[in-house]
Design a protein around this ligand. Structure first.
Ligand SMILES: Cc1cc2nc3c(=O)[nH]c(=O)nc-3n(C[C@H](O)[C@H](O)[C@H](O)COP(=O)(O)OP(=O)(O)OC[C@H]3O[C@@H](n4cnc5c(N)ncnc54)[C@H](O)[C@@H]3O)c2cc1C
Length: 482
């Protein structure tokens, strides 16, 4: 609990109207895209780097825990204030400060919403590729903190490939300015990359300099249907080996196709085991069309029974609406789901998909799989009803088995969503004890009092991974994450 005196000092920094402590407000800041829930003592919405720094200096002096929050869409438990304290929500810091055509970059505040930024730069003929499916809500600061990716990242790279510089407020309140409008910079350690993907455990990113590209003028989209899932997985490897780098190569298995079709009703065949959504972009329509035709040919060679090309922007948008509706569609199927985010080497996609099917059967659970097949980044979503006795335990067992299957195939726990609280007990299995120790040392150097995002990223060390994971979820509220 914060004292009245502490609260009035925070009010003096950001203004009383930006300090939120009512019951409804505390609930609003108590959850994210996952199942966990815990209220903060107070939520604060600062308007500038200076205000963030002053709040951090005060929290450091008073030893109050701080959780930074963007839009709260993360799927790792990353913004749950597990130990209370201050939630520092950056949504008011939402100015696009500059779009610089000479240096093809932009300077933004951390609370700018990704989709709004994309629309703005595209209106000026420029392009910001990282496109998480949450782009209509998630913030660029949250994207940096989680190193967000999306369908276009196969060709264009993820958030870390676009950050040229940033302003970060450390837990002490000191302000680090790093990088600039510089496309090359090897002056010392690359500190920006240290903060990218650090999930709010090392500092508060308040301002970002983002690289932009010229906007590709044309694109072409196709969808290929496969009676056999294994053939679709093999086609992914075939397309990537055909000398083409698609803008997008997404996979949906039969269970996903079924729930999506029930939701969007665009005539997807529900009797096939998988579909691949393929897209290419560029500046020359003929060249783009040729590459899509080549990808389609590879799909047919690998057993695609039917292929549809989007005839126009409307059809293309319809296919993308189906892809972006997956989360909502799955939410209608069962009341709860645990959306995982494993990555395997691309060549191991058939093996991991087969193993996930076996795990679903072993644990008696529906586990639709979809994701960024070209990246080897798959989202097995475990569907369940937390009110059914024993079902939650089976979900936890299945999740652990999926993590271990990915690791055994040379893969890892997460490609986009991060570790947060939900995967922290598996961190050491994935990266090894030395890597965890180095991470702990970095954390101690930058956040010596351990105030930032307590209870996240690092294993609790209190027992075997599985048992800790079992205790992490009983706070389930039945909220369906995205
Ligand atoms: C329907 C749905 C679809 C999704 N699809 C994708 C996808 O395709 N690709 C993908 O990568 N992710 C996806 N996500 C996950 C999520 O949207 C991303 O992780 C996103 O980057 C989080 O942004 P946010 O603004 O919501 O951050 P939050 O959820 O508010 O925060 C996420 C983490 O970053 C920290 N943080 C936030 N802002 C800052 C900051 N300014 N400085 C320091 N730390 C900060 C927080 O403490 C927390 O640990 C999806 C989520 C949903 C619900």
């Amino acid at each position: 609990m914060l004292t009245d005196s502490q609260l009035s000092q925070i009010r003096a920094i950001v203004g009383a109207e930006n300090v939120h402590g009512g019951p409804a407000e505390l609930i609003a800041y108590s959850y994210d895209g996952t199942f966990e829930q815990h209220p903060p003592d107070v939520a604060v919405t600062p308007a500038s780097t200076e205000e963030v720094a002053a709040v951090m200096r005060f929290a450091y002096q008073e030893e109050i825990p701080v959780v930074t929050r963007g839009a709260g869409t993360n799927l790792s438990g990353g913004t749950i204030p597990l130990t209370g304290g201050i939630v520092l929500a950056l949504t008011r810091m939402n100015r696009i400060i500059e779009i610089d055509h000479v240096n093809t970059c932009a300077v933004v505040e951390a609370g700018v919403v990704n989709g709004e930024f994309q629309a703005r730069v595209e209106s000026e003929g420029l392009f910001y590729p990282p496109d998480p499916s949450s782009l209509a809500q998630s913030t660029l600061g949250g994207n940096v903190a989680c190193c967000a990716g999306g369908p276009r990242c196969l060709k264009y790279g993820v958030t870390k490939d676009y950050v040229l510089g940033m302003t970060v407020v450390l837990s002490s309140g000191e302000v680090l300015e790093w990088g600039g409008k510089l496309f090359k910079n090897v002056t010392g350690y690359n500190l920006a990359q240290l903060f990218i993907g650090s999930e709010g455990t090392l500092g508060v990113v308040t301002r970002i300099i983002l690289r932009l590209l010229p906007l590709p003028r044309v694109r072409n989209t196709a969808v290929a249907f496969f009676p056999r899932l294994d053939d679709a997985a093999a086609a992914v490897v075939g397309v990537m080996g055909a000398g083409i780098l698609p803008a997008t190569l997404e996979i949906m298995d039969q269970a996903t196709i079924n729930v999506v079709e029930q939701y969007v009703r665009i005539g997807l065949p529900t009797d096939v085991e998988a579909l691949l959504l393929l897209e290419q972009d560029g500046n020359d329509q003929d060249a783009v069309d040729r590459e899509v035709a080549r990808m389609v040919e590879v799909c047919r060679k690998h057993g695609a029974s039917d292929v549809r090309m989007a005839k126009d922007a409307a059809e293309r948008n319809e296919l993308w609406r189906a892809r972006r509706s997956i989360s909502g569609a799955l939410g209608r199927y069962r009341p709860s789901k645990l959306g995982e985010d494993i990555v395997v080497p691309r060549g191991q996609i058939p093996a991991v998909v087969r193993r996930i099917r076996e795990i679903g059967q072993e644990f008696g659970l529906a586990i639709p799989v979809f994701g960024h097949a070209g990246d080897g980044n798959l989202h097995p979503n475990i569907l369940f009803d937390f009110r059914v006795p024993g079902e939650l335990e089976r979900v936890q067992g299945a999740a652990a088995a999926i993590f271990r299957a990915a690791i055994a195939l040379g893969g890892t726990l997460t490609g986009e969503h991060g570790v947060g609280s939900l995967k922290k007990e598996f961190l050491e299995e994935a990266v090894g004890p030395l890597a965890v120790q180095i991470m702990r040392d970095i954390k101690a150097a930058l956040d010596p009092k351990g105030l930032l995002n307590q209870g996240k990223m690092f294993p609790s060390g209190s027992g075997p991974a599985m048992e800790d994971f079992l205790t992490a979820l009983p706070t389930l509220q039945g909220i369906t994450p995205g």
